[in-house]
Design a protein around this ligand. Structure first.
Ligand code: SAM
Length: 217
């Protein structure tokens, strides 16, 4: 069995009872960064063999986990934060496991996309999640394709690129386009900044800009 276990996005209390039970029952936990996951696991006194699985894990690592699954082992997959597969590695492993008739069990929980969306006050019946925008190729085309759309768009952004992304949004969507920037969700300095693209860009240029971001427009 391959369990896809959602873990917190900042607040260690945001984990379900079922997720904790699954992590305790699993034979092996596959995680991105053993030190990051170690903080969560030690907080809940869970001690299991860990195997690393990250964005740069090649086919060899995927097949190693597939062998464990074929041997009848219960593997729990977690990522550094939130739901594995949502802008985090999972897809290749899940796809291969399905090909091998392994039972896939998703354990739902925290994900920045939904927390940001429900706290934003933006229309959420019809939304499109784009994850991280392309850094170079396809970026301009993507922004242009989003002009004059009437659905809500949610993107992920890192501290290193937030100003650049807000500047590009100002250029392609217009300075008066209304957006919400959700920062540090579930953490001590959680913040929802509402305003025009220009106002938000100026705000984050002036204020100390730290943490993780979700932009909704
Ligand atoms: N799997 C995660 C999920 O389910 O949300 C996403 C992982 S992705 C590698 C990391 C990005 O998610 C960050 O750059 C940020 O855009 C967003 N993110 C994750 N945690 C966040 C938080 N606490 N507050 C705001 N954004 C967050």
């Amino acid at each position: 069995m391959l369990s896809i276990v959602s873990t917190p996005i900042g607040n260690l209390e945001d984990i379900t009872l079922r997720a904790l039970r699954t992590l305790r029952e699993a034979d092996v936990i596959a995680c991105e960064d053993t030190r990051t996951s170690g903080v969560l696991l030690s907080h809940y006194e869970i001690s299991k063999p860990l195997i690393s699985f990250h964005a740069h894990s090649g086919d060899v690592k995927v097949e190693k986990i597939i062998i464990l699954l074929q041997e009848g082992k219960h593997v729990a997959l977690i990522s550094d934060a939130g739901t594995p597969g949502i802008s985090d590695p999972a897809y290749i492993l899940v796809k291969r496991a399905i090909e091998e008739n392994v039972t896939i069990v998703p354990i739902p929980g925290a994900s920045a996309v939904l927390s940001a969306l429900v706290g934003s006050g933006m229309h959420m019946h019809d939304f499109r999640f784009l994850g991280f925008l392309p850094v170079k190729k396809g970026r301009e085309t993507l922004f242009k394709s989003l002009q004059n759309k009437d659905y809500t768009v949610v993107i992920y952004e890192s501290v290193h690129r937030i100003i650049r992304t807000l500047s590009d949004m100002e250029k392609y969507l217009g300075p008066d386009h209304r957006i919400v920037v959700a920062r540090e969700l579930t953490k001590k300095f959680e913040e929802f900044k509402h305003g025009t693209v220009k106002e938000c860009r100026e705000y984050y240029e002036k204020n100390v800009c730290k943490g993780e971001f979700v932009v909704i427009f």
